[in-house]
Design a protein around this ligand. Structure first.
Ligand SMILES: Cc1ncc(COP(=O)(O)O)c(C=O)c1O
Length: 424
């Protein structure tokens, strides 16, 4: 065996010593446009979106463009993806005694937002797409179910056609968690436009970012009005009064999840770049998959995309035959200088102890022990066998717009080397 082919894990020369680009797609293309938009706000001395010396209207413009690009009537800028979820849940009226079905493969915020709405998350298995398995939803429905929350995990859309069918059949509301899927589509329609309401994140490692930030989208005038109120102490200010009924009759006590004008300005510049970011990533992922497929390995499969055309290509997932093989592959690839990782450590959302052990902010244990709640959710390890198995066998490499074909080739070269060792 030539020295170049000896595995780095066994003392050979690594394929690559230069680190891969950081996994912050939106931030990777920060430049003159973001500087200009933010400077406009600073020069106007108006960092608050609703009033100031000369508010430049960046957040208004961002909302307008975001709604246009999502194909919804309305979009509301908020302070984070988590606040977008909380605002959306409040808008559709989720509260004590209710259950919301969420996929077992997601970030803890999906579950946390439901609990903070004083409702209870119920887990549903994912399928080989790593998204909510529409066939498993009906098993999870109880008389307490109020809504279904599909999550478009790592830029790949959940099967919204089937999910909407189940939801409509059982008269359930749908809240899409699009935190990881800005720009993603299903059957030519943008995510965030299928359900009753949707939530996006603009946090730092999302496709586009303003550091923190979020967006709520909906086609319903009433839900938009309730979302506006839920994000701003129950009121509707003049900026939004043109779109919805601002009368005091519908006010309620609420929180502050407003987007700042600085955040809106950065988000606006980023949104204008979204298609370019997605197109760059699509190009790299396509090439990577073609080259990895040419290795003709039977030890891994690619993540199944329900609609491959709508994938924003933030990551390339490989699912191996066993969890042990996945770990060996990652360890050897890491030594080759090519970092594969497991989403959330290869565990479901119940891998987080705060959910598994129902650890709540105050000791009386609401909503799980709320007298209005009659269910008994199971978050134990082993309760979601299919999801646990798939996640433990899956690993991914994240793709960013500042990749070049060199990154693609290095992944392929290292994979070829490591696979021959795995197969030996
Ligand atoms: C699926 C999912 N939902 C919600 C959120 C929450 O978004 P944020 O971090 O902006 O609050 C995230 C963030 O990573 C997420 O991945």
């Amino acid at each position: 065996m030539k020295n170049s082919e000896k595995l780095a894990i066994e003392g050979g020369k690594p394929v690559r010593t230069k680190p891969f680009p950081h996994v912050y797609p939106g931030a990777a293309v920060y430049g003159a446009e973001e500087i200009k938009e933010a400077l406009d706000v600073i020069k106007a001395q108006s960092p608050f979106r609703f009033y100031g010396k000369a508010v430049p209207g960046k957040t208004d413009a961002f909302e307008k463009l975001f709604a246009e690009k999502t194909g919804t009537k309305y979009a509301l800028g908020v302070s984070s993806g988590t606040s977008a979820l909380k605002v959306a849940l409040a808008a559709i009226g989720v509260g004590p005694g209710d259950e919301v079905i969420i996929p077992a493969a997601t970030f803890i915020a999906s579950a946390g937002a439901v609990v903070m709405a004083r409702a209870v998350p119920v887990l549903c298995e994912v399928d080989e797409s790593l998204n909510m398995d529409p066939k498993d939803i009906e098993r999870r429905i109880t008389p307490r179910t109020k809504a279904i929350m599909p999550v478009h995990l790592m830029g790949v859309a959940a099967n919204m056609k089937e999910i909407m069918k189940v939801a409509r059949k059982h008269k359930l509301l749908v809240i899409e968690d699009c935190a990881q899927a800005s720009g993603c589509s299903f059957g030519g329609k943008m995510v965030g436009s299928f359900g009753d309401i949707a939530a996006f994140s603009l946090q730092h490692n999302k496709l586009i970012t303003s550091g923190e930030g979020g967006v709520v989208t909906t086609n319903s005038k009433k839900l938009f009005e309730r979302a506006i109120r839920a994000h701003d102490h129950g009121q509707v200010r003049s900026t939004h009064a043109a779109f919805v009924d601002a009368s005091d009759e519908f006010s309620f006590l609420a929180e502050n999840y407003r987007m700042s004008e600085i955040c809106g300005s950065l988000a606006l510049a980023q949104l204008r770049k979204r298609d370019a970011i997605v197109n760059a990533q699509i190009k790299f992922k396509k090439e990577l998959k073609v080259k990895l497929a040419a290795l003709k390995s039977d030890v891994f499969t690619f993540r199944k995309a329900t609609d491959i055309k709508g994938d924003i290509s933030v990551a390339c997932f490989l699912t191996f035959k066993t969890a042990e093989m996945t770990k060996k592959f990652m360890a050897a690839m890491g030594k080759e200088g090519v970092c594969f990782s497991q989403l959330y450590g290869g565990k479901g959302v119940h891998g987080w102890s705060q959910l598994r052990e129902k650890k709540t902010v105050t000791s009386e244990g609401c909503p799980f022990k709320c007298p209005l709640y009659k269910g008994k959710p199971d978050y134990s390890i082993g309760s979601m066998p299919k999801t646990e198995d798939l996640l433990s066998r899956s690993t991914m490499i994240q793709i960013t717009p500042d990749w070049t074909m060199k990154e693609v080739d290095d992944v392929v070269t290292a994979t070829r080397k490591v696979l021959s060792w795995l197969n030996a």
